[in-house]
Design a protein around this ligand. Structure first.
Ligand SMILES: O=c1ccn([C@@H]2O[C@H](COP(=O)(O)O)[C@@H](O)[C@H]2O)c(=O)[nH]1
Length: 273
């Protein structure tokens, strides 16, 4: 998917909501567990109930890897279902990969070609030659961890060397990578006060913003400091939507939670015009 197609979807749906598919067998309704592939059935029901309210889905790969081969099969079925039934959705493999160049190429092939995700999250720590293999793929997006939503982000990401905070250095230097127009960045909603400084360095790149809902970040603050001319935001909520109910009404409850965020987003988009 191109960035322009994503922007068009945001305006069409009046939403920049990304729904996180962090599907945990311990949290899904009991009646699904009797089915052959409970994880896929849960995801399918959530997607069918919410697709009109969001523009992106983000399965976190850890939740699938944790179940071995059957988890990978559930992930594969989920991305195939999304691409077949809802091709207008931007898909994010939240895999946080990155390694020496030839290994990164294999990761990129696995997620961009094998599973046909639109994007993948990448840790920037190993530098240019670990990131550039992901950037080679046309109309695929590499989402670099810049300033994450967790407390541990302060251990390294905000530390200063040569007069510059590390997260700023990651953003500034990555702009010089080959095909850097394919870069997006992760910035936690819990760090919204940093967004204005980040927008000074990257006025237009898309930001994937996790941390509203269960982690307590504020949607309004994210928009106040982070919204760009082309919106430039994908705000993710996972647990706050998909586990709104653990009963038979789980998909309807997820739809209601997604609808609340979408209607707030519609107002914020309108007031930014
Ligand atoms: O800085 C980061 C980077 C990634 N995440 C991931 O996003 C979701 C958030 O889930 P919630 O249930 O809405 O808290 C999850 O997959 C994280 O691994 C993040 O939270 N922060």
């Amino acid at each position: 998917m191109t960035t322009q197609q994503l922007v068009d979807q945001i305006h069409k749906k009046r939403s920049f909501l990304c729904i996180g598919l962090d599907t945990d067998l311990d949290k899904i309704p009991a009646h699904l567990k009797q089915l052959e592939d409970p994880i896929f059935e849960f995801n399918k029901a959530i997607i069918d109930a919410t697709h009109h309210l969001c523009v992106a889905y983000k399965p976190n790969i850890a939740f699938y890897e944790a179940y071995g081969l059957s988890g990978w099969k559930s992930l594969e079925k989920t991305i195939e279902y999304l691409n077949a039934e809802y091709p207008e959705q931007f898909t994010i493999a939240d895999a946080k990969r990155g390694d020496i160049g030839n290994t990164s190429t294999r990761y990129a092939k696995a997620f961009f070609e094998g599973m046909n995700f639109d994007s993948i999250t990448i840790a920037p720590y190993m530098g240019k030659d670990s990131v550039e293999p992901f950037l080679e793929f046309e109309n695929k997006h590499t989402i670099l961890l810049a300033l994450t939503s967790n407390k541990g982000a302060f251990d390294f990401q905000t530390t200063v060397s040569d007069g510059e905070e590390l997260y700023k250095k990651v953003i500034r230097i990555s702009k010089s990578y080959k095909n850097s127009e394919n870069l997006m960045y992760v910035v936690g909603a819990t760090k919204a006060e940093y967004l204005a400084k980040i927008r000074n360095i990257i006025p237009n790149n898309f930001l994937l913003v996790p941390g509203v809902g269960a982690q307590g970040g504020s949607l309004e603050e994210v928009c106040r400091y982070g919204m760009s001319e082309n919106v430039g935001l994908l705000v993710n909520s996972s647990r706050g939507i998909i586990y709104a109910s653990d009963q038979a009404d789980f998909a309807m409850a997820a739809k209601n939670e997604a609808a609340k965020l979408q209607s707030q987003m519609a107002v914020l988009l309108e007031s930014a015009r």
